[in-house]
Design a binder for this molecule. Structure first.
Ligand code: NDP
Length: 245
């Protein structure tokens, strides 16, 4: 009987201090998992962990490959295993083509692409020994469909979707599933810069008639990392209220 329970599982959520990451940490903890969440600032991570009912909050900058590897190894060692990793940490900054600065390219690609890659690599290493595990990465509808003013971000999220597809092909035989979620417009700090007009326009284009909540995304992630999704890998699941239809 499948019930979505994550009892006895050990989970790591990067970028868990707010928004989708915080809601995901809470959803996994509510399903019974022991959850470790991270953020760049240790005090904020600890505060978020307490709010989410997570086991602990640790400082981590996902752009630092060595730090990611050390933290993931440490979590797996402390808890005896690592079953679930959600590579959620990400940034979004808009710029029209002519205004794209090299620094924006560097920070976006090092956080969204390299950061996700570091996390998936470290997760795979930690999960390989037990030949079981579930990884979810955060893509975006923008990565699948493009968006004016978001060329750099869209490129980074297209890369993230293909990290999921490629890693799924590579890790399936080791019992490790890798999926991506592609949220639409979710009401978090990341989208707080949108004008009320832009929000209304998005809602108007969305068949389900509202913006997404962090919990909408967290619930889908909780499903994807559970045994209910045990034959699902390499997918990019849209969570957008039908916005791209
Ligand atoms: P928020 O801006 O609310 O939160 C981002 C999280 O990422 C924070 O916890 C932040 O932690 C962390 N973070 C940022 N940079 C780093 C870094 N270098 N190292 C470690 N952690 C970092 O974003 P959302 O919750 O909205 O988004 C979460 C993910 O979902 C992102 O990957 C985003 O691209 C993706 N997404 C979001 C959508 C939306 O509409 N909101 C739509 C599609 C995809 P801290 O600042 O505390 O260090």
């Amino acid at each position: 009987m499948l019930d979505g329970s994550l009892e006895g599982r050990v989970a790591l959520v990067t970028g868990g201090t707010r928004g989708i990451g915080l809601a995901t940490a809470r959803a996994l903890a509510e399903a019974g998992a022991t959850v470790v969440l991270t953020g760049r600032d240790e005090a904020k991570a600890k505060e978020a962990a307490a709010a989410a009912g997570a086991d602990s909050g640790l400082a981590l900058d996902v752009t630092d490959a060595k730090a990611v590897s050390t933290l993931v190894r440490g979590v797996a060692k402390e808890h005896g295993k690592l079953d679930i990793v959600v590579a959620n940490a990400g940034i979004m900054e808009d710029a029209l083509l002519g205004m794209i600065r090299e620094e924006l390219v560097d920070t976006t690609l090092s956080t969204n692409v390299a950061g996700t890659l570091h996390t998936v690599q470290a997760a795979a290493r930690a999960m390989m020994r037990k030949k079981t595990g579930a990884i979810v990465v955060l893509a975006s509808i923008v990565g699948e469909h493009g968006s004016a003013g978001q060329t750099v971000y869209a490129a980074s999220k297209a890369a993230v979707a293909n990290i999921a597809r490629s890693a799924a092909k590579e890790l399936g035989r080791s019992g490790i599933r890798v999926n991506a979620v592609a949220p639409g417009v979710i009401d978090t700090d990341l989208t707080s810069g949108l004008t009320e007009d832009a929000k209304a326009e998005n809602i108007g284009k969305t068949p389900l008639g509202r913006l997404g909540t962090p919990e909408d995304v967290a619930n889908a992630i909780r499903f994807l990392v559970s045994d209910d999704a045990s034959f699902i890998t390499g997918q990019v699941l849209g969570i957008d209220g039908g916005l791209v239809l």
